[in-house]
Design a protein around this ligand. Structure first.
Ligand code: AMP
Ligand code: GLY
Length: 423
């Protein structure tokens, strides 16, 4: 197959590595990619957010499948343009991508579909924010309504901080004040062809910057998969996945189809397991980052076939994807100053040495080559991913790997998957 992957993060690198690991060999193009992706795909210099440029390249190069990694091209309508030209594309159109881009839209779909989620109130001004904070009580959860690159949410018991956060985001389309939900979080991905869904294996993401879930929210500082502790609560991963498929994914996909905005692509359900049951915190319209880096290495079925089936409306011909028993752990290396103001352009060392650790590979997020140097060019720089037969093995390998990497001011959490090893 001739496949074009849009995006430049570790998620896109993970997608490309999964495509490369298949028995079938593919011609893989990545736009714009990064220094790590350059080893595994042909880099294409085109604006991934420009529908006309992407469509022209896909036509010219007889691309069989376009895979959209990040949300920006979705919101820019790239999937619509590609689909209009008759090229299979994995990723929802602009209207369906609102499931991620607008929290108000997502809440409305969930209400209409009867999907369990926290109570929320929308506010357009500070008077409305104050009233909602009073009504829903502390701890306070305030969310920007639109896309905010993982920084739009604050969870705090301090009313002044909640108000200040609301003030920042009120001018860009209003805010949502939400009921505080408490419990472990799970990310569960579904492939959707607009009509039918197939679940992948669940993962857990570590959203806060520092150990012990301290510090600001980030895009995600690490992840692991599978989640053995689901067994205690649900009897097994399969039972949990079945429940979420039935109560969350299928009703949402049906509702969106009924409204004339079918969702074709990756439905990311961000879930919280409360005492009152499983509730949705958010949806994304794309693979999660860094969860993808631990989910896809465990996938046994050929990824290209699944993505093509979703893009062409034939998921019903596929059985549920199977996953290896192996455990996967990933630790993110971030630049100094991330997430507020990352310092970029510094030299990275030891990446090849990290990959010499048994079971370890590196998924690049923001890297570039300058002559013989590898540079860190963004906030989240790379992911050290380790596979093992036990979590202890995978976790030990991941940390052995990351310790071999040098980056001045680099930050990473030291407690990724620590608890699951103790259990
Ligand atoms: P979101 O961008 O909506 O995924 O929120 C980012 C993070 O904020 C989530 O992963 C949770 O850790 C936290 N969060 C969001 N909504 C709530 C909520 N209603 N109650 C408690 N924590 C939340
Ligand atoms: N890891 C969270 C996300 O991808 O949104």
């Amino acid at each position: 197959m001739r496949i074009l992957v849009l995006g430049s993060g570790a998620r896109e690198h993970a997608i490309i590595l999964a495509l490369r690991s298949e028995e079938a060999s593919h011609a893989i193009y990545a736009a714009p990619g990064n220094a790590g992706i350059a080893r595994d795909a042909h880099l294409v210099d085109l604006d991934a957010n420009d529908p006309a440029a992407v469509t022209a390249f896909a036509k010219d190069q007889a691309i069989d499948l376009v895979v959209i990694g990040p949300e920006a091209p979705l919101v820019a309508g790239v999937a619509d343009a590609v689909r209009e030209r008759g090229i299979p594309v994995f990723g929802p159109g602009k209207a369906a991508a609102q499931l991620e881009g607008s929290k108000t839209y997502a809440k409305r779909i969930m209400d209409a579909a009867g999907v369990p989620t926290g109570r929320a109130m929308r506010a357009h001004d500070l008077v409305g924010v104050e009233a909602a904070l009073d009504e829903l009580g502390a701890p306070h959860v305030v969310k920007a309504d639109g896309l905010a690159a993982g920084k739009g949410v604050i969870v705090t018991s301090d009313r002044a901080s909640a108000l200040a956060h609301a003030e920042t985001y009120l001018p860009s389309g209003g805010v949502l004040i939400e009921e505080f939900l408490s419990g472990p979080e799970v990310s569960l991905f579904f492939l959707s062809d607009g009509d039918r869904v197939l679940p992948l294996s669940p993962a857990q993401d570590f959203k806060r910057l520092r150990d012990g879930d301290e510090g600001p929210n980030t895009g995600g500082m690490g992840a692991y998969s599978p989640l053995p502790w689901l067994t205690e609560r649900f009897g097994g991963e399969q039972e949990f996945v079945d429940q979420v498929t039935r109560e969350v994914a299928e009703p949402v996909i049906r509702q969106m189809d009924a409204e004339g905005t079918p969702f074709i692509g990756l439905l990311y359900a961000g879930l919280i397991l409360t005492e009152q049951g499983v509730k949705v915190i958010e949806f994304n319209a794309r693979f999660g980052d860094p969860e993808t880096q631990v989910v896809l290495p465990r996938l046994i079925d050929p990824l290209s076939e699944l993505l093509l089936a979703a893009a062409s409306g034939t998921l019903d011909t596929h059985p549920r994807p199977a996953f290896a028993e192996a455990t996967a752990v990933t630790v993110v290396l971030a630049s100094e100053g991330y997430p507020e103001a990352p310092l970029t352009g510094r030299v990275l060392t030891g990446v090849d040495e990290a990959e010499e650790v048994d079971g370890v590979h590196v998924a690049h997020a923001a890297t570039a080559r300058r002559e013989n140097d590898l540079l860190a060019t963004g906030g989240r720089v790379l992911n050290v991913v380790a596979l093992g037969t036990t979590f202890r093995e995978a976790r030990t390998a991941a940390y052995e790997g990351i310790e071999r990497i040098g980056l001045e001011g680099g930050q990473y959490r030291t407690d990724i998957a620590a608890r699951v090893v103790e259990d």
